[in-house]
Ligand binder design. Structure first.
Ligand code: FAD
Length: 261
């Protein structure tokens, strides 16, 4: 089974600071890690390979330093890694990111299963997995909490929904996004870490993957961040006194006047 895992390098914090001048994330001084949900995606790929055999390729789109995330994946035990990095990919929204990733996947060519995290801890949209599947013209199953069985191109999955689970049967090729309940990611082995240190990281630019410049990066992004800000935290508090109906009326008046703190 040929498995592709998409991983993203993210800042090691959910409390990202924003530069009010440029409306971009302040990354200085913040350590980078593999997006936590992508660690579960990597682990599931390795467990699947251990059960049914095959090859695992890992793909990331990012700046040159994202190669570190790929080294970590090698240390965990994956076979091949690819860094998609080009100035033309910068400023991508989720549509342009998905386009670029799908072009990278098409270049890898052989795949039965693509595994993504359910979302990232920085962008947080959860859009990239389904968008990649759409671009490749393959089905997608999101929020997968267990791969029950894979045999002869058939896959049985358990997915989390709001009030329970769904069991789904699908055919490969397929893209899944995974939740943290699916497994416990392993620590890299010493041998893996040594291998990762020495590994050459293949880097593909827009030309290498045949990406059209108007569909990648900022020029391929129909959405633009106009303003980004952290909500102001106010500790002002007003206690409404009276009977419940009186309090409700007072509250409604305030809501109508837009005077609720
Ligand atoms: P999600 O959809 O939450 O991620 C789901 C899964 O997809 C991940 O777990 C992972 O498996 C996979 N995945 C996601 N991203 C990658 C990746 N890069 N490589 C490999 N796998 C991946 N960012 C900028 O740097 N500059 C900008 O100008 C910019 N503008 C933006 C404008 C808008 C309106 C939006 C919504 C986002 C913008 N971003 C920008 C952020 C950028 O779009 C996201 O970083 C990127 O598209 C991934 O989206 P996400 O983090 O929400 O991933």
């Amino acid at each position: 089974m040929n498995i592709i895992v998409c991983i993203k390098q993210v800042p090691d914090t959910t409390k990202v600071k924003i530069d009010p001048e440029t409306n971009t994330l302040v990354r200085e001084g913040v350590k980078s890690i593999i997006n936590p949900f992508d660690m579960y995606a990597l682990e599931e790929a390795i467990r699947t390979k251990e059960k049914v055999g095959g090859n695992i390729s890992v793909l990331t789109m990012g700046p040159p330093q994202a190669a570190e995330a790929l080294r970590e994946a090698i240390a965990m035990g994956v076979d091949d890694v690819y860094l998609l990095s080009d100035r033309a990919f910068a400023g991508a929204d989720t549509l342009a990111t998905s386009y670029t990733l799908s072009k990278g996947i098409e270049k890898i060519e052989q795949f039965d299963l693509i595994i993504c995290g359910k979302q990232t801890i920085d962008g947080d949209t959860g859009q990239v997995g389904p968008e990649v599947a759409q671009k490749l013209g393959i089905p997608v199953v999101t929020y997968v909490s267990k791969i029950e069985n894979i045999k002869n191109g058939q896959i049985k999955l358990k997915r989390m929904v709001e009030d329970g689970y769904e069991v789904i049967e699908a055919e490969t090729p397929l893209l899944i996004t995974v939740v943290k309940e699916i497994n416990e990611p392993r620590m890299p082995s010493l041998r893996g870490t040594m291998k990762a240190k020495k590994a050459e990281i293949p880097t593909w630019n827009a030309n290498d993957i045949g990406a059209e410049s108007e569909r990648a990066g900022l020029s391929g992004s129909p959405t633009q961040v106009v303003r980004i800000f952290a909500p102001e935290i106010s500790k002002k508090c007003e206690i409404l006194e009276g009977e419940p109906t009186e309090i409700a009326e007072k509250l409604i008046k305030k809501l109508k006047k837009g005077k609720v703190i």
